[in-house]
Design a binder for this molecule. Structure first.
Ligand SMILES: Nc1ncnc2c1ncn2[C@@H]1O[C@H](COP(=O)(O)OP(=O)(O)OP(=O)(O)O)[C@@H](O)[C@H]1O
Length: 768
């Protein structure tokens, strides 16, 4: 039986009045209720996974795996060993005997009844005839169903899952486009897109409110803006019994305001399993292009005539719910931006979709500069067919050809800014010191109890997440609900009222932010399995573990606690490198009487700070009744710049704000004057004096002021007055150019020596 999807926007049918009629578009609307049924043996089984079987349950619980997916080299054996499965060799290099993950509990006597292919991960049991994919095996052995990862949607209440307006209105959007010739002209002149292409993709126009979570600017939520609309479509089955061919209909609309290019809204806000341009796929379509955004997809389609779709959200994420729609294609061209982030994402997606059927398109094709994506290439008059023809498959991880390596090194050389990573919006000082948030790194974050580690990390992670960094929180100390509440307050900029809640969560839930359900002491293997799952399912790029002590509490006896922590850090280090994610690990400090902490204050052995790429310490400088807090970057493997960022806390938004140099100096001086006036006669004991000196030493880090310290010790004797004490510390700072500047002395030297000549010299992190 031959089945196919009708091409709804068929040009021959539409003729000259095509936009007004959009016949197919109307034809696709056959009802409002959604029903799923088995379509096995219909020839489109691969297309539509909603089957009334256990598979469909797997699908809905977020466990869908492409049959094209193959584990990374070495992944299977590593997993088997990690889970104590003790695989046994067979005569075949790639086949190992294992205990069946499903029938073993029932049949105790029959061990090693199954075989597993360590290249593909597929397994089969001789005893129960059970078989499955690699992901099935992982789930059965690691019981991964028990670690559900919560998303921002799960933590928000009252999600809208239906369109904000009637379906009839949604269907009318393409007609409304005619009322805004300005949009059509813009697409033609700015993007080089023809009217036919817009029509083929059912491009429309409508008014929407801005719900973009990435938009940091204050925006009006009441003012409707005219937007261009990009529908996401999916196959739809009306009646399981009917012999009707399935049709395609709109399941979600993305609306953008064209002038600023900012995303405006998704309708409905919750994710739906649909793809832009999916209605262009016919039953005999073998290949599809997966582009970065709608304009790239339309440009690629217009020039190559191959159906092209794009990533469903505004982030480098390929959600599981859309994988089934891509299952049927023998060939997938992944055509993302030809820059560091785009090519990293393309390689990860190829892995997820199955490397054997994916080819990666490189728009630059080795050129120094030029268009980086399909849309830019079209505007620049490039031959898109030729660019597509040069697409190459992802090479095997362990046998990378020099060509590939050369391209990657070259890309990094000519784009140093891209290698720096994602920039922070809230804390520009972080960009100046650490240069950016990069994948594959391990950051250790520490500070005294209650100083605000979780609060600051919540803000920083939210900041990067708003820039599209998919984030996974493992909060082992405070419950997810409390963390999400704090995050919502930071997101909104103030504590929410009940009335504001729904409007804010509508935007908040569009963020790629996920939370592990674990709490308190949790086995490392279980956590790593969950992290692996989150990377596969949500393309997670940043994992935060808060904190190491809570996660490993009560595991291991007293003497091997440190060993356990070392092993945990070693595992996270390896994980970050191998899986290309950034891990931020919160570690409590040792009991330390000193006011200022340094690398030696981090709990555990030196291995923790050795393994880390970055070490950040939240410091508190107490001066009389005032205090200044700092984010003190004590290690930076990227370029060695070390410095501290003074900040103040805003109760209203629950966020920190970086102090400017003047603000910092004023506060420090204010305290100094106050100290002079109020504590002139106050005796300070030796202990305090030594503490303060050691604080100043640790502030100086490199101990170049030893002599000065000795002088202070010698000259001042046993009793200092408060003001003298303060003045001495201040003197150390003033020597280096102003209050607090001693702390940055090391920084300045490093910055000047490490910044490449073409980069503007930064003499102080606050001066930019
Ligand atoms: N810079 C700050 N100034 C004043 N209060 C703050 C600051 N940062 C956070 N807080 C508040 O202090 C409390 C504790 O913060 P938080 O839980 O983030 O600290 P922590 O260092 O993670 O704690 P712990 O050591 O217990 O893990 C919270 O109520 C938070 O709102």
């Amino acid at each position: 039986m031959s089945h196919h999807l009708p091409i709804l926007a068929n040009r021959a049918l539409l003729g000259s009045t095509r936009l007004l009629s959009v016949l197919g578009y109307r034809n696709s609307i056959r009802g409002t209720s959604r029903r799923f049924y088995s379509i096995e043996n219909t020839g489109i089984t691969q297309l539509w996974p909603y089957q009334a079987s256990t598979k469909s349950m797997e699908f809905f619980s977020g466990g869908f795996t492409s049959k094209h997916y193959t584990p990374r080299p070495g992944e299977v054996l590593e997993f088997l060993h990690k889970h104590y499965q003790f695989p046994r060799k067979t005569g075949d290099t790639f086949l190992f005997r294992i205990r069946c993950p499903s029938c073993r509990p029932q049949k105790r006597g029959t061990l090693y009844t199954a075989v597993i292919n360590v290249q593909k991960g597929i397994f089969q049991c001789d005893s129960c005839s059970g078989k499955g994919s690699w992901i099935d095996y992982v789930k059965l052995v690691s019981k991964s169903d028990s670690f559900q990862v919560l998303s921002t949607m799960d933590l928000s209440a009252g999600n809208k899952t239906t369109f904000s307006v009637s379906r009839a209105k949604i269907e009318n959007y393409p007609r409304q486009l005619l009322e805004y010739p300005i949009i059509m002209n813009w697409c033609k002149t700015e993007k080089g897109l023809t009217f036919d292409t817009l029509q083929d993709y059912w491009i429309g126009s409508a008014k929407y409110n801005n719900t973009n979570p990435s938009n940091n600017a204050e925006f009006s939520t009441n003012k409707d803006q005219v937007c261009i609309t990009f529908p996401r479509t999916a196959p739809f089955f009306l009646d399981p019994q009917a012999t009707d061919e399935p049709t395609v209909r709109v399941v979600r609309v993305k609306a953008c305001e064209i002038e600023s290019g900012e995303l405006v809204a998704f309708d409905p806000p919750t994710s739906e399993a649909g793809l832009f341009g999916y209605h262009l796929v016919q039953s005999d379509t073998e290949a599809i292009i997966l582009a970065g955004n709608e304009f790239d997809a339309m440009a690629a389609y217009q020039e190559t005539k191959i159906p092209a779709t794009c990533l469903p959200n505004n982030t480098y994420q390929l959600p599981l719910e859309i994988l089934p729609l891509l299952e049927r294609f023998a060939k997938i061209y992944i055509w993302l931006d030809d820059d560091v982030a785009g090519q990293d994402a393309a390689e990860k997606f190829a892995q997820k979709l199955g490397i054997n059927r994916c080819s990666i398109v490189r728009t630059l094709g080795g050129d120094l500069d030029g268009p980086v994506n399909a849309s830019e290439a079209l505007a620049a008059g490039k031959d898109l067919k030729e660019i597509l023809r040069k697409a190459r498959p992802l090479e095997h991880e362990q046998i990378i050809g020099f060509d590939h390596l050369k391209d990657a090194v070259y890309r990094e050389l000519v784009n140093p800014n891209q290698v720096r990573g994602v920039q922070s919006t809230d804390l520009p000082g972080l960009n100046q010191i650490l240069k950016g948030h990069r994948s594959g790194e391990l950051t250790v974050f520490t500070g005294p109890t209650g100083i605000g580690k979780t609060t600051i990390l919540s803000q920083i992670s939210l900041d990067f997440c708003r820039s599209g960094v998919s984030t996974l929180w493992g909060s082992f100390e405070i419950p997810n609900v409390r963390l999400a509440k704090k995050m919502l307050q930071q997101f909104a900029g103030h504590e929410l009222t009940a009335e504001e809640f729904f409007q804010t969560t509508e935007r908040f839930q569009q963020l790629p932010m996920y939370f592990l359900k674990f709490f308190g002491s949790t086995d490392l293997t279980t956590v790593v399995d969950a992290m692996n799952h989150a990377i596969y399912a949500f393309d997670v790029q940043h994992v935060i573990i808060d904190n190491l002590q809570f996660m490993t509490a009560d595991q291991g006896r007293f003497h091997d606690r440190w060993e356990l922590q070392d092993r945990t850090v070693g595992t996270f280090r390896k994980f970050a490198t191998e899986r290309g994610v950034h891990i931020t690990l919160v570690v409590h400090p040792k009991k330390d009487d000193r006011e200022f902490l340094d690398l030696n204050s981090v709990f555990g052995s030196a291995k923790i700070t050795q393994e880390a790429d970055n070490v950040i310490i939240v410091q508190r400088l107490v001066v009389d009744d005032d205090e200044i807090r700092y984010l003190d970057i004590k290690k930076n493997r990227y370029d060695g710049t070390l410095a501290a960022i003074p900040f103040e806390f805003d109760n209203e938004s629950c966020k920190i704000r970086q102090l400017t140099r003047n603000e910092h100096d004023r506060r420090a001086k204010g305290s100094k004057n106050k100290a002079r006036q109020e504590t002139e006669k106050l005796p300070i004991t030796n202990r305090n004096a030594n503490e303060t000196i050691s604080m100043a030493r640790s502030m100086n880090g490199n101990m170049q002021t030893n002599e000065t310290m000795d002088e202070i010790d010698e000259n001042k004797g046993d009793n200092f007055t408060g003001s003298e004490m303060y003045a001495n510390v201040q003197q150390l700072m003033v020597d280096d150019g102003g209050a607090g500047a001693a702390m940055f002395s090391e920084t300045r030297a490093n910055i000047t020596s490490s910044i490449p000549p073409e980069t503007p010299q930064i003499t102080h992190y606050q001066e930019v």
